[in-house]
Write a new protein. Structure first.
Length: 509
């Protein structure tokens, strides 16, 4: 039986259209899901939309439609974004689905039965934009006397009856969790923030609202709707069939990885495991956060008009170039600035030049000189052997980087090999060997094919369509494109299709 691997993205609020930030998390998760599948895992990959709460209710009101109608529309747009980005999610969850209402109700009931919930009143600050409660000590006072949340979101004073979750009782257990599972939350900077937040002492949190109604009703007290974050986090178990712990999919729980943006680490690394421990359910294995994208040096905002639409980028540059760029440009975990020039440069230098040309040069020499059939490997030199050893080691090198979520470094491993391949072809000059030493030319071209095959196979999770095309041209059958298949060498003598460029250069008009 294959080991399971359950990976999630955040479920996105349906208050507005998807942008590059949403595409980023989904693409990163998709690369890992695809990687794990090729690496022999039974993967479940979840994404979806977060549809309740005040923020969505207000957006629907502004659009002049009922919240459900609005949510249906925007959720469909997120689903489309996932398709356009080549996301291979196994399920797309919506929090307005009946299965999710059942799941949240059951979790609430279980927490209540275990004495983890009590009724009181909340009085304090709330930021609708973040759907978060803030303590006064966390806020920044503005010159006009108003307050802003640490995220820059405006806050309002709310006072209403509310159910509370006894978060304060779980501080020690959380610290034990972080201690015994050092990888539970990453990267390190976020882990430190979480640790100091918990060490400072946790207070109980409000988990229901009464001042609006767009949410899941609290069982037994329909004047309350559940706090949208309790509702939202529960999606990760709803999709596994909760509350039916005999469900076929329950075997994927606990999740191996919740991938999130840095602003929602607190919810995933503190609240979520506390809810689960309080309910007596297993906690996820890992929460990992990435940084924020800005656009040409500025925060993306509708009013500045610099919000980057991932679908427009794909239309202009192609999906694989966009997927590659996002994960290559910025070390995962840190913030990144989207620059059009940088994308074009990565595309032209690394894709078209380094990789595309290497493949095109090697394959067209085979087409011209070897009658279009795959040459065999003759006697090898040290230069050949070094390159072949690099090709064999690539999966392991990339796996080690991806286990640390170091996407850009994983790609750098592939590029080290590609650059070595370019050095090799220049040094060996197979075009000159044609007349002087034909068997040697064949060996050199064969080494290059083996290198390209390793590169294309290992890069498939990042650039599925173009690496698929490259593997077609290398004569690798569709069933033999997993990592384990690399151990089986390609048979010499098979006919290869006519070579075609995979990455055209981008010329700015
Ligand atoms: O927070 N840069 O939903 P959301 C990078 N519904 N990533 C970005 C980004 C940017 N500029 N903007 C958004 C929510 N993201 C909740 C989550 S989960 C149980 C509930 C990405 O629509 C990033 O992954 O505000 C961030 O965490 C997520 O979108 C927030 O999406």
């Amino acid at each position: 039986m294959k080991p399971t691997f359950y990976i999630t993205t955040p479920i996105y609020y349906v208050n507005g259209a998807p942008h590059i930030g949403h595409a980023y998390t989904s693409i990163a998760a998709d690369v890992l899901a695809r990687w794990k599948r090729l690496d022999g895992f039974d993967v479940f990959f979840l994404t979806g939309t977060d549809e309740h709460g005040q923020k969505v209710e207000k957006a629907a009101e502004a659009a002049g439609v009922a919240p459900q109608v609005f949510a249906d529309r925007v959720s469909a747009d997120f689903r489309d974004m996932a398709v356009q980005m080549g996301i291979t999610n196994d399920d797309f969850i919506r929090t307005t689905e009946e299965r999710h209402r059942r799941s949240c109700t059951a979790l609430w009931q279980r927490l209540a039965d275990r004495g983890q919930i009590y009724l009181d009143a909340y009085e304090g600050w709330y930021a609708v934009r973040d759907e978060a409660f803030y303590g006064e000590d966390e806020l920044a006072k503005q010159p006009d006397g108003s307050f802003l949340a640490p995220t820059g979101a405006p806050v309002e004073w709310v006072r209403e009856p509310s159910y509370f979750f006894k978060l304060s009782a779980w501080g020690d257990k959380l610290l034990e969790l972080y201690e015994s599972h050092p990888d539970f939350v990453g990267p390190m900077a976020r882990r430190n923030e979480v640790l100091s937040f918990v060490k400072a002492g946790l207070t109980d949190i409000s988990i229901s609202r009464t001042s609006f109604s767009w949410g899941i009703k609290v069982p037994g007290d329909e004047t309350h709707v559940m706090y949208v974050w309790l509702d939202a986090l529960t999606n990760y178990i709803t999709a596994m069939g909760y509350p039916d712990e005999n469900a076929e999919k329950w075997r994927y729980w606990p999740a191996d990885l919740h991938l999130v943006g840095k602003e929602i680490v607190r919810f995933h690394a503190i609240f979520w495991p506390a809810f689960l421990m309080a309910a007596g359910l297993p906690v996820p294995k890992r929460v990992y956060s990435h940084g924020w994208w800005t656009s040409e040096g500025e925060k993306m905002s509708k009013s500045i008009g610099n919000v980057i639409d991932p679908r427009a980028l794909v239309e202009e540059f192609g999906l694989d170039a966009v997927r590659f760029f996002l994960l290559r440009e910025v070390p995962f975990g840190g913030d990144g600035d989207f620059k059009r020039k940088a994308l074009i440069s990565r595309l032209n230098v690394e894709l078209a030049n380094d990789l595309g040309n290497l493949a095109q040069r090697s394959l067209s020499l085979i087409a011209k000189n070897c009658g279009g059939v795959l040459p065999g490997l003759g006697e090898t030199t040290e230069d050949d052997q070094n390159l072949l050893a690099g090709a064999d080691a690539l999966t392991g090198e990339m796996r080690a980087k991806l286990d640390r979520l170091a996407f850009s470094e994983a790609l750098e491993e592939a590029w080290k090999l590609i650059r070595a391949g370019n050095g090799y072809i220049d040094r060996q000059a197979p075009w000159a060997l044609r007349k002087t030493d034909f068997p040697r030319m064949e060996t050199v071209l064969r080494v290059l094919v083996d290198l390209l095959r390793a590169v294309a196979t290992n890069l498939r999770p990042f650039m599925p369509a173009s690496m698929g095309k490259m593997l077609d041209q290398l004569g690798v059958s569709a069933e033999a494109r997993g990592f384990a298949d690399l151990a089986q060498k390609l048979p010499a003598g098979v006919a290869l299709p006519a070579p075609q460029g995979v990455f055209p250069r981008f010329v700015e008009e």
